[in-house]
Design a binder for this molecule. Structure first.
Ligand SMILES: [Zn+2]
Length: 313
């Protein structure tokens, strides 16, 4: 680990090694990802331990606005009044007014889980937010982060290339890979997962990574090519399972079960029998992943049907 990038365990849902924030040392200390609001105490304590007090944090940067990555931004913005908040332009409005973000999260996870996992989401004052897009550079004093637009998992997802280490903060673009389990599982939640767009984003990340990948779930991965290859195989494999099931008119719960069979085979392939996948299931259930891929195929088939109609004379 380069000592200029330091992981801070957000202890999301009280669990170790599920969701990471990262402190980037430098003239203008920056936090990449915050975890949910319910993680603001562990994150604040982590920053305190690293010598970053309320007046010191200069930037908060998020890969995307899903609440396990950015839900805590509003709360931390109060604690660190000098910090500028950087987020993709499609996500920025939802940082300022999180109402729709919270209600769409509740549609995916249910009201109860949403409240338990993420807590109350506080808005960020508009004047603190800087919206960024592909190719922008976020200056952090002596180092910077290049913004690479990487939709697929979410339409407002970016990866961030660190000038100092050559590492890339990849958010959820490659999926979930917890360091004590070492299984890679796709993350395909509704509403905007797009498989082929996600594959292109993985290739963009591969091109830009000069050293390691920093996953939000969780930690540093030096095997860039192997991880990128596997993530493409996995997301396409999962998408194929759902496509085949939809063609034979299966319903959500049955499709989730088929995806679980596939996930179990993936787990065996990665680490053999006996892996404890509980934290993966809590973070990203088969049902949520199935719902995302069902929506993806239905939208895609509709698009293709419209295009076919349009081209018929
Ligand atoms: Zn996400």
């Amino acid at each position: 680990m380069d000592a200029s990038v330091i992981p801070i365990d957000t202890q999301m849902i009280g669990l170790d090694l599920v969701t990471s924030a990262y402190l980037l040392r430098g003239d203008e200390p920056a936090l990449v990802e915050t975890g949910p609001t319910t993680s603001s105490v562990p994150v604040t304590e982590g920053l305190d331990r690293l010598g970053i007090g309320p007046a010191d944090l200069a930037h908060v940067v998020v890969t995307h606005i899903h609440l396990d990555h950015a839900g805590g931004v509003g709360t931390l913005a109060k604690r660190y009044p000098g910090a500028t908040i950087w987020v993709h332009e499609r996500g920025a409005p939802h940082m300022v007014d999180p109402t729709r973000l919270v209600s769409s999260t509740a549609r995916v996870y249910g009201e109860e889980t949403t409240r338990a996992y993420f807590g109350d989401v506080e808005p960020v004052p508009a004047g603190r937010v800087r919206a960024v897009g592909d190719g922008d550079v976020i200056p952090l004093g002596g180092r910077s982060l290049d913004v690479v637009y990487t939709p697929g998992h979410a339409s407002h997802h970016v990866a961030l290339v660190d000038s100092q280490t050559g590492g890339v903060f990849v958010g959820d673009a490659l999926g979930i890979h917890l360091p004590d389990v070492k299984v890679l599982r796709p993350a395909t939640p509704p509403p905007d997962v797009d498989v082929e767009v996600a594959v292109r984003s993985v290739e963009r990340i591969r091109e830009r990574a000069r050293s390691v990948l920093f996953l939000s779930h969780y930690g540093e991965v030096p095997e860039v090519d192997a991880m990128c290859d596997l993530s493409i195989v996995r997301i396409r494999g999962w998408a194929d399972v759902v496509s085949a099931a939809l063609r034979s008119s299966k319903e959500l719960d049955e499709i989730a079960r088929l995806l679980e069979e596939r996930g179990t085979a993936d787990t065996l392939e990665d680490v053999g029998p006996g892996a404890d996948m509980t934290r993966y299931d809590m973070l990203s259930s088969y049902e949520v992943n199935a719902a995302g891929l069902i929506r993806y195929w239905r939208k895609r088939w509709e698009r293709e049907a419209q295009a076919a109609n349009a081209s018929t004379p």
